[in-house]
Design a protein around this ligand. Sequence first.
Ligand code: FES
Length: 173
Amino acid sequence: MQESVEKTKAMVQHLAAVNAILEKNEYDPGRLIPILQETQEVYKYLSRDVISYLATSLDVPVAHVYGVATFYAHFSLEPKGKHIIRICDGTACHVKKSTGIQQHIYKRLGLNDDKRTTDDLLFTLEMVSCLGACGLAPVVVIDEEVYGQVTPAMIDDILDKIIAEEKNAKGEE
Ligand code: FES
């Protein structure tokens, strides 16, 4: 019961934030991209419901909003985890076995090529192209922090630390 009250509260707050974004942008369909950007900051992704809501509010077809949201890689139509793990799969990192790191994280977090986000929405894993730090290959970026010459053991330590911090934040043992 308490959980559903919290969810409803969050939903109302999110909707108020989206309405404020629409107002700030004067409900101008020409400002669709900044509206989508700011809305994604609120929800962390763009759900079908929010896309329909924006389309109705801006008086444009849903297909148009959906088309713009899918065109730009910056927009995500799937929920993402709180912590984003980016594995570089550029040439230098690939040679230094970035796919081995990927497989290790897949196994550790129960992910695969079709499932990139954990069920608890704590982690999302992405493969990215060269991050410009090839001398440190293989490179992994977690929450904007860059890790070089990464090994599976290093990944385990970093993930253990994040998971422990999350548990502490929730007041768990
Ligand atoms: S290939 Fe990974 S940083 Fe360049």
